[in-house]
Ligand binder design. Structure first.
Ligand SMILES: [Zn+2]
Length: 485
């Protein structure tokens, strides 16, 4: 029997604010445990929270980019439950009136684009972190670190419209690109800055009723999401094939051992006894704030990718690589000489990406060494066939280590490039004069000998001419020497 997976994702994005959601404690990864805490994020009696305006601005920026409806008045609610790493015994989140609703994240896929519809995006705070002896076997007791308690998160919930593990992975990759693009999160899954839970159910292919869903918790890598969802689909299909029922449950996927474990039978939402947080005011987003956020929205990654494909006529592969980050795309555009996007794309995808990888640099590290105008000048000279490929690559390598324009570097290193026609024409004529035999052969139709003449001319230039220019001049001069009938 064919089963169709129905998957919805709940993603948590850690916002890149300096301080926590409701207090002034720093958001810092890797600090000594329990050093970034205060009465507010420890939930001590009498402490009063204050909403972080930067977190709200980020939330608004993401909501606008995703085309969500932004609520003029949204409300923080307490979600009550006991958990050792949650000092207040409730989490501040949004429930009935979230900041953003609707919207979609477009996915470019082979065989066409698809927009993944969103239910909502809301603000909340993170919990602390427990270290249990099962995983951290250095001690016999569990420890809790509250540094993460109160760190601002956005929760982004999709409609149950994803259909395969690969699509879930594509969604996360696109979401990661977007939050980095907008500068609202670093989206580093290894540091837990982007995490995701998946709701999975199966139904008979063609059916419109939903099957019983299970929730897969704490998928914290792209591969983990893909494999975890695939394992859960396989588990449910096995149950259904055997005529058994799928029970509503929360499961954990253990990526290290590629194993699913049932954590608990699912609580219902009303178990959390949500109610509006009496310590926090209603969030107001005015029409002008919304308009400002929309006006400040940059060209979005998928729009830029489409522009590179359609307007610059770059291959889809190039467009995807160049828009992996906004910095890379910006640098590419600043470096591309007029009318030469493909040349610039080739250089960025090979030389630039290689250097970033080898040296562990960011795009701005590279741009500090190789300012875009300097790189553009180099590429313009390549485009005009004024520099042979190997010389151009050498100049790029010098850019990384030294200051100076293309001309200055060539001069400093004693490289003379024989570039212009004026300079090369006498040389080409001399080669033809000195080789009457091969010239006669080429003129009589034996074009194989042409390569010999190119080689001679190149030798005479000391290897400093651009081969295409020599070839053009040789052809032109040979044509002039062809006896007229
Ligand atoms: Zn604090």
């Amino acid at each position: 029997m064919a089963w169709e997976p129905v998957i919805g994702l709940e993603c948590h994005v850690q916002l890149r604010t300096r301080t926590k959601m409701f207090c002034g404690c720093p958001v810092a990864y890797g600090s000594e445990p329990n050093t970034n805490v205060c009465p507010v994020c420890l939930g001590l009696p009498g402490a009063l929270p204050r909403t972080n305006a930067a977190a709200l601005a980020f939330a608004l920026r993401l909501g606008v980019a995703l085309g969500c409806t932004i609520r003029a008045e949204s409300v923080f609610a307490r979600k009550n439950y006991f958990y050792p790493d949650m000092p207040k015994n409730y989490q501040v989140t949004q429930y009935e009136r979230p900041l953003c609703e609707g919207g979609a994240l477009p996915l470019a896929r082979e065989g066409g684009a698809r927009a993944i519809a969103l239910t909502r995006v809301h603000c909340e705070e993170d919990a602390g972190k427990s270290f249990h002896p099962e995983r951290h076997g250095d001690r016999r007791w569990s420890r809790v670190d509250f540094n993460r308690a109160g760190v601002p998160l956005l929760e982004l919930v999709t409609e149950p419209v994803l259909r395969s593990p690969a699509e879930c992975a594509a969604f996360l990759i696109e979401l990661r690109r977007l939050v980095r693009w907008l500068g609202v999160s670093d989206g580093d899954m290894e540091k837990g800055q982007l995490r995701c839970d998946a709701n999975v159910s199966l139904r008979r292919a063609g059916s419109t009723t939903l099957g019983t869903k299970t929730e897969l918790k704490n998928l914290n890598s792209i591969k983990g999401v893909e494999r975890g969802v695939a394992a859960e689909i396989a588990r449910q299909a096995g149950l259904l094939e055997a005529g058994e029922r799928v029970r509503q449950a929360t499961l954990l996927y253990d990526a290290d051992h590629e194993r699913l474990a049932v954590m608990r039978v699912k609580e219902h939402a009303h178990d959390y006894r949500y109610f509006p947080d009496p310590d926090l005011p209603v969030l107001h987003v005015s029409e002008s704030q919304r308009a400002e956020a929309a006006a400040a929205s940059p060209e979005l990654p998928w729009a830029r990718e489409a522009r590179y494909r359609d307007d610059l006529e770059l291959p889809a592969y190039d467009a995807a690589v160049l828009t992996e980050s906004r910095d890379l795309g910006d640098y590419f555009e600043a470096c591309a000489p007029r009318g030469e996007p493909k040349l610039a794309s080739n250089w960025v995808m090979t030389e630039v990406l290689r250097v970033l990888k080898e040296r562990g640099w960011s795009v701005s590290d590279l741009a500090a060494r190789v300012p875009a105008p300097r790189f553009r000048e180099l590429l313009a000279r390549v485009a005009k066939r004024e520099l042979p490929g190997p010389v151009a690559k050498q100049v790029f390598a010098w850019f990384l280590e030294e200051q100076g324009s293309v001309a200055e570097l060539l001069e400093r290193h004693g490289v003379r490039v024989a570039g212009g026609d004026d300079e090369l024409l006498p040389l080409v004529r001399a080669v033809l004069d000195e080789n009457p035999g091969p010239v006669a052969q080429v003129l009589s139709g034996r074009d194989a000998t042409f390569g010999f003449l190119v080689g001679q001319a190149m030798k005479r230039s000391g290897g400093q001419a651009v081969p295409q220019v020599l070839q053009r001049l040789l052809r032109q001069e040979l044509a002039a020497r062809t006896p007229r009938p």
